[in-house]
Design a protein around this ligand. Structure first.
Ligand SMILES: NC(=O)C1=CN([C@@H]2O[C@H](COP(=O)(O)OP(=O)(O)OC[C@H]3O[C@@H](n4cnc5c(N)ncnc54)[C@H](OP(=O)(O)O)[C@@H]3O)[C@@H](O)[C@H]2O)C=CC1
Ligand SMILES: Cc1cn([C@H]2C[C@H](O)[C@@H](COP(=O)(O)OP(=O)(O)O[C@H]3O[C@@H](C)C(=O)[C@@H](O)[C@H]3O)O2)c(=O)[nH]c1=O
Length: 259
């Protein structure tokens, strides 16, 4: 029976993996919330890996507040870079395969076509930089790893995300103002969870390295907001705004489409 450690288990992706885990009775999952396991705490990591044997570690732990990361980049760095380095070292010493999540925000967004795994990252904000530095540690420390870059994650059920925010605003009768200055692929956490379990963990033929996974339908945030309203049978107009009107000093990649 495969034993899998899932870090950051109470985030939106972690919770989605918890939800589908019921369908895999032959996998022994060990879900750890941030309170149960802080990936920046080396001592806790050492104790956990000393007392347990894991075939895989799925790292859903991350600092994902993109706006706040710009103001306190050291916190994003601590979790997304240092924490990931700690995990990679623990996995290396204990022969655990690391499955790590990364982001479209590692790219600068200036490319005209979709980004592939052969494109070189060049992040333009603190969150993206901290995630790219984390990726580099994994590549340096480990041979047996999967880095899965995804984009615009949302769960209809868990956590805080664009889908739920737009729906809540609409339900409260707030005026919707959404930018059309970025394009990317919204990705449902359930699809990503299934990909991780079916195509990475249970696939005997998978080759280690970096991969891109999205729901493969590029659109702007404005178009995504329209879809969210449509899906929930809500008729409401949305005002198109500039990115700078919503977050003045934060750069987001214009083209976030990864394939
Ligand atoms: N959200 C998105 O749009 C995208 C996310 N990703 C990546 O996917 C992954 C999952 O993201 P998502 O589920 O959306 O993120 P969430 O923010 O929903 O979940 C992240 C989880 O990590 C936990 N965490 C934070 N710091 C630590 C720490 N030091 N040790 C252990 N756990 C910690 C948080 O706990 P607490 O709340 O208690 O701090 C939270 O439960 C991340 O790697 C993210 O970078 C990639 C592309 C898009
Ligand atoms: C809620 C809201 C957002 N927006 C804009 C801001 C931003 O450009 C975009 C999405 O808003 P968010 O707050 O979700 O943006 P952001 O936190 O930058 O989203 C990113 O999160 C990280 C973790 C990732 O890895 C990325 O893939 C991406 O999903 O929509 C509006 O224009 N109007 C609104 O009412």
């Amino acid at each position: 029976m495969k034993r899998i450690l899932v870090t950051g288990a109470n985030g939106q992706l972690g919770k989605s993996i918890q939800e589908i885990s019921r369908n895999y009775p032959n996998i022994n999952f060990d879900f750890k919330s941030s309170k149960e396991l802080d990936i920046t705490n080396l001592i806790d990591l050492k104790i956990l890996f000393h007392t347990n044997t894991y075939d895989y570690c799925i790292n859903c732990a991350a600092y994902t507040n993109v706006k706040q990361a710009e103001k306190t980049p050291e916190i994003a760095y601590k979790v997304n870079t240092e924490g990931v380095k700690n995990l990679a070292e623990s996995c290396q010493k204990n022969h655990t395969i690391l499955v790590h999540l990364s982001t479209d925000y590692v790219f600068d967004g200036e490319k005209e076509e979709p980004y592939t795994v052969n494109d070189v990252p060049n992040p333009i904000n603190a969150y993206g930089k901290s995630k790219w530095e984390g990726e580099k540690y994994i590549q340096k420390i480990l041979k047996e790893y999967f880095i899965i870059r995804t984009s615009w994650l949302y769960s209809k059920k868990f956590g805080k995300n664009f889908y739920k925010t737009i729906l809540e605003k609409a339900q409260k009768g707030e005026i919707l103002k959404v930018t059309n200055e970025q394009i990317g692929c919204p990705t449902n956490t359930l699809n990503l969870s299934l990909f991780i379990i079916e195509k990475i963990v249970l696939n005997k033929n998978s080759i280690y390295g970096t991969f891109h996974f999205t729901d493969k339908l590029p659109m702007t945030w404005y178009e995504f907001a329209k879809l969210i309203l449509e899906e929930n049978n809500m008729e409401k107009s949305i005002k198109i705004i500039k990115s700078k009107d919503i977050s003045l000093n934060l750069k987001r990649p214009k083209n976030s489409v990864i394939q």
